[in-house]
Design a binder for this molecule. Sequence first.
Ligand code: IMP
Length: 426
Amino acid sequence: MGAIVVVGAQWGDEGKGRVVDWLARDAQLVARFNGGDNAGHTIVAQGHTLKLHLIPSGILYPQAVCLIGAGVVVSLDRLVAEMDELAALGIDVSPQRLKLSAAAHIVLPSHRALDGAREAARGKEAIGTTRRGIGPAYADKAARVNLRAGDMVNPAQFAARVAEGVRAHNRRLEERYGFADVSPEVCAEAHRAYAERLAPYLTDGSALVGEALARGQTVLCEGAQGLLLDLDHGTYPFVTSSSTITGGALTGLGFGPRHVSRVVGVAKAYTTRVGAGPFPTELLDETGDRIREAGVEFGTTTGRPRRCGWLDIVILRYAARVNGLDEIALTKLDVLSGIERLKVAVAYERDGERCEYFPAEFGVEALAGWRPVYEDLPGWHEDITGARTRAELPPAARDYIARIESWVGLPVTFIGVGPGREQSIV
Ligand code: IMP
């Protein structure tokens, strides 16, 4: 009962979709609170594998209503494509099951063009964004000039404002980068059709969440990306442009903290990040390559190879503090099978000084001086993909989990041991 918040405790791609899938079976409302189609999770439905970027994976549970909340930025072409893919598999995506907050913001194709042009112009200094227009859309939101989903109630007016928005972006593109290839007229026409189709899906998202909570229902709040990509508390400027933390669930959906009954931080049994920016435990050797291959660490949205490294407890402690975590869901433990010795960063050190929590606030340059302090643990060789209880794990894997619990000071309540839904220990 109440609101369960699921957040990423590292740099995103922790396997939140998997954990949401586990918790969604008991939820009446599954609500996405931040980000846009920069996120992505793979789901298997009716034997088909599909990649969802905007629609919460709760859509597979017929009892759950799914909400795209006010804190999300929505590319309408992407949303409509996902709805069509799901409908083709016989999954109900009617306005009874899928709701779009009227306060969610719109990402236009010209936001994507701006994102791509800006990244290309940065050259070696690029952030490594997904080029989905996320930064430019949130920037327009903060500047109070962006379109919101609720504007779709009047499709003709919406289309006119889309054309206006694209023209403004095109002027910026031409001035700064010497090109602009999004046609305001074509874009406006497409968006008029999206508005006609999507207007019935519009809802007052905060009211929907508030009513569900008042009825004693379970609201599952699904975060995208992870703590260190958070706009305020991540490794700025190598971050995304939204609030990826527990606080983002409250602002992105519009409800108060006393309703939060449980906060689950999702972490991989090791660490990955996509895009540029600091990564203290990164492995640039064969072990890193091995983890990337075994864990299929390539982006869902962009296909880019992810950077891989050892598990970092300093990050998890920081995640526990910023998010108020109650527990950790640890995914992909099986990927570590067969590695002789495992290292885990338990603190950072700089000129004899020690730090236990990730020092994000003084920025990337200050961070560069810190070195991880590793503990060395024995690995295991057994195949653990068939384990369904902790007792079935080899002693070294059990010890790995127990040490994480003691270093972070939180219980590990979910362990992923393979990609299948049933390959988990809860
Ligand atoms: P943006 O969100 O596309 O602006 O990208 C900003 C940074 O966040 C880049 O480093 C991206 O690689 C990263 N990022 C955005 N979404 C995800 C995600 O879902 N998983 C992992 N990294 C992400």
